[in-house]
Design a protein around this ligand. Structure first.
Ligand code: ACO
Length: 324
């Protein structure tokens, strides 16, 4: 028998304020047409003034718990993927823990930028399989609107705010690829590329939060090269091939990257969950948001094989394969 981390429920939260591409046309030398054609993004949500990453994480976590039919008391720990925490410390996960009324269990943040949720999911799975926890809330929540340079048209049009969450539970499996739950993961980082995508501030350097800087076309090339590869590696570890894949739930950075990755994997676009048009790039929140939206639409069936993949600052990238 093998312990498997099964997804019991998903949930998400998007702030009320919706920003259409036309909002940028009024402020920058850009067009709705350029943004749609180059990224697939049509609109994004921005957090309200005073609305923190943990506030959105609490809403998404509650929704996931409701879907799973569980209460905060049933959870052993919280892992939050974020690069936009409420404070430098403590971990924003502890704010979420408190907001849920929990005084037990662990709560910590994982920082792998846009790949954060994949890293957090693999982390939650490792804790469950090692017996350190039975049920873990894995959350991605981001307020990237707070670290954007509004004069940089190459970055500020790309990002949005939001949160998504999943509840994982350890269940006995046979140790075979037919098991439900997380079957395999593949995580990678390579700090030689740190200057391609970073924030130009920090506690031990400038003492400020800083603003996002990106060499978009270079990140684009790495994404197209690395995402299909990590998905293949994780599928291989799971004893599966792309022919077994029912759904690709990719990080939602750019529709062109997603299409190129699906093509490389030989998957038709009707197997791909796409939310980038309505959410923009919500960094570590994008995969749990896409999972939760597709789940709420009833698109996943028990037994479906789902592949998630993401790349972000670091560079850091990875993939998780799970059976629904
Ligand atoms: N409106 C109009 N023109 C623009 C805009 C804009 N909003 N932004 C850039 N341009 C211009 C550039 O100035 C450039 O003009 P020039 O040729 O006169 O110099 C031209 O468009 C082409 O610029 P590129 O950067 O080469 O455009 P590209 O086709 O690569 O698209 C984009 C840019 C959308 C950023 C793309 O490179 C991309 O999606 N990159 C990957 C982003 C990503 O996946 N990031 C990883 C996750 S994010 C994270 O970890 C936080």
């Amino acid at each position: 028998m093998t312990l498997r981390s099964v997804v019991l429920g998903t949930g998400h939260y998007l702030p009320d304020r919706v920003i259409e591409n036309s909002w940028f046309e009024e402020r920058l030398d850009t067009t709705d047409e350029w943004i749609r054609a180059r990224t697939g993004i049509e609109r994004r949500h921005f957090a309200a003034e005073g609305q923190a990453t943990s506030d959105m994480g609490i809403r998404a976590a509650r929704a996931a718990l409701d879907k799973a039919g569980l209460r905060p008391d049933d959870i052993d720990g919280i892992i939050l993927a974020t690069s936009t925490p409420d404070h430098t410390f403590p971990a924003s996960a502890t704010m979420i823990q408190h907001g849920l009324g929990m005084t037990h269990g662990f709560a910590y943040d994982v920082q792998a930028v846009c790949a954060g949720f994949v890293f957090a999911l693999a982390n939650g799975d490792a804790m469950i399989r090692s017996g350190m926890a039975r049920r873990v809330l894995v959350i991605g929540s981001e307020t990237f609107s707070r670290i954007l340079d509004w004069s940089d048209r190459g970055t500020c049009v790309l990002f949005g705010d939001g949160a998504g969450a999943v509840v994982l539970e350890g269940q006995e499996g046979a140790g075979a690829s037919e098991d439900r739950g997380i079957l395999a993961s593949d995580l990678n980082s390579d700090g030689q590329y740190r200057d391609l995508l970073y924030v130009d501030g920090g506690v031990s350097t400038t003492g400020t939060a800083g603003q996002l800087r990106m060499q978009g076309n270079l990140v684009f090339r790495h994404a197209v090269e690395k995402l299909a590869k990590t998905a293949h590696t994780a599928l291989d570890k799971a004893g599966l091939t792309t022919a077994d894949v029912d759904w690709l739930v990719p990080h939602q950075a750019n529709a062109r990257i997603i299409t190129a990755t699906a093509q490389k994997m030989g998957l038709s676009m009707d197997k791909v969950v796409l939310t980038v048009a309505d959410h923009g790039n919500t960094s570590a929140a994008s995969i749990p948001l896409a999972l939760s939206v597709a789940d709420a639409q009833g698109r996943f069936r028990p037994g479906d094989v789902i592949v998630t993949e993401a790349i972000g600052g670091g560079l850091s990238w990875g993939s998780v394969v799970l059976r629904w």
